[in-house]
Design a protein around this ligand. Structure first.
Ligand SMILES: Nc1ncnc2c1ncn2[C@@H]1O[C@H](COP(=O)(O)OP(=O)(O)O)[C@@H](O)[C@H]1O
Ligand SMILES: [Mg+2]
Length: 298
């Protein structure tokens, strides 16, 4: 278990290659990266100044759980998550990093976010209302908001360095990475989602949609990379209160969003702090997602 909350890391002896909204990524050597999940939380695309205790730990443990569970579908980038198995420069910072870090194989990441949707929500719902389609998939008429789709669909998007990702069609993915790799990423993404969805559904969580990233290792082998099926990369809904025809409460961030909506904040950075009880309730939701999905306490 990690010792305390952590909003940001900086280590003079490790090279920072990227600071994302939630994770700090370091280069360990030519072949491996260290991905550190902090306790940062974002809402409405802004990072809040308040940490969510144990969030980094939940994201790390959940990704590890899914890597293991879905390992028969595709290989993944995980090398180690226990401090004892990490190289010395990482172990030196064990106090900060334990429980929230993954040593991973560095991959050549495909420039595509492999989104899979099983339900009609978010930008998918918006596009459907306007055009009857989502990313080139023609859907039946008369579907309601949050409806379960007849079958999950692959709805890729660009990986924007800045700003928002943009939905693209499978044809556009083919232009980017070729037909063969496109089919491989699509089929693998659909298999991963379908298996995870069915598993989670039995445990009272609906995985409405999710985003995978893939890369090639040095030998050209396909790897599932990044984080996998966490509340940050997916929409989790409590299955008990699921009801099509309206938007669904989000499993993890609903308290944060609800609180922020009561403020007179224009949703531009800097984001306001959230009260202690809202942060605590959010920690409880992350832990509950972990417990429901894995059947274990973290
Ligand atoms: N195995 C890997 N090899 C190379 N890059 C990776 C690997 N796994 C994840 N990444 C990249 O690391 C970055 C993680 O940053 P992240 O904190 O998710 O940023 P963001 O806020 O943009 O989501 C992403 O750009 C992802 O593509
Ligand atoms: Mg990310």
């Amino acid at each position: 278990m990690s010792a305390a909350t952590l909003l940001q890391t900086s280590f003079s002896d490790l090279k920072l290659v990227r600071r994302g909204k939630v994770r700090d990524v370091y280069a360990v050597d030519d072949n491996s990266l260290l991905i550190v999940a902090t306790d940062r939380i974002s809402a409405f695309d802004c990072i809040l100044p308040t940490p969510i205790e144990r969030k980094g730990e939940v994201l790390t443990a959940l990704s590890e759980f899914w890597f293991e569970k879905l390992g028969h579908v595709v290989a993944n980038h995980l090398i180690a998550s226990k401090m004892d198995d990490m190289p010395e420069p990482v172990r030196q910072h064990a106090q900060t990093l334990a429980g929230r870090s993954m040593l991973v194989k560095r991959a050549e990441v495909f420039p595509v976010e492999c989104v899979v949707r099983g339900y009609l929500v978010g930008s998918g719902w918006k596009d459907y209302k306007r055009t009857g389609e989502v990313c080139g998939h023609k859907l039946p008429e008369g579907l309601q908001e949050s409806a379960k789709l007849p079958a999950a669909i692959f709805t890729p998007s660009t990986k924007a360095e800045q700003g928002h990702d943009e939905n693209i069609t499978e044809d556009q993915v083919r232009d980017l990475i070729g037909a063969e790799q496109t089919a491989l990423l699509r089929d693998t993404s659909l298999r991963l989602y379908t298996e995870a969805h069915n598993y989670a559904r039995e445990r009272n969580i609906i995985i409405a949609d999710t985003k995978f990233e893939f890369g090639l290792d040095q030998n050209g082998e396909l790897l599932l990379v990044d984080e996998v099926l966490t509340p940050d990369s997916s929409r989790f809904w409590p299955a008990d209160s699921y009801e099509p025809g309206r938007s669904q409460p989000s499993f993890d961030k609903q308290f944060v969003r609800d609180y922020l909506e009561t403020l007179d904040w224009d949703k531009q950075p800097p984001a306001p702090a959230i009260p202690d009880e809202v942060a605590k309730a959010t920690t409880a939701r992350y832990l509950e997602a972990y417990r429901l999905l894995t059947g274990k306490e973290l």
